[in-house]
Design a protein around this ligand. Sequence first.
Ligand SMILES: [Zn+2]
Length: 174
Amino acid sequence: MSILKVSRLGNPVLRREAQQVSPELLASSRIQTLIDNMIETMVEYHGVGLAAPQVHESLSLAVIESHGGRGDIPLTVLVNPQITVLDEELLQDWEGCLSIPELRGRVPRYRKLRVNALDRFGKKLEFVAEDFFARVVQHEFDHLMGRVYVDRMPDFQTLTHFDEFQRFWMPEAQ
Ligand SMILES: [Zn+2]
């Protein structure tokens, strides 16, 4: 396995709508290796999610995992995900992105979603995600639609460098 280079804001790959992954492509060793490498890359950079466009692959594929911190999310591979909003309530919270290093900002996200996708073996996956899990799914789903979290910020008053986030905002975040 290997750590992949992460695309950064300004790279057009982050602004393209990702291609659906066919069952044949998903079963290929190239894509199975890509999934393993995406998981390793996410862990290496302490991300809670990583979408294929962030590693220069315009494919509808994302990985998510979180332990402790803001909530536990089991390792989840989403292929061709679709989301249905189950609760229109919007919650504001902080987000960062491996493609937009060193910054944080507050982003409104829907509280609860149903997610339909395929897993890495092509089996149908359906689950309900709430709160932090729902936030991470929306962040990754946005990447697959060519969007990044700053697009979702109602204004940039909270757009903050990480050092300043820790200095001025952490008490609020805890
Ligand atoms: Zn991101």
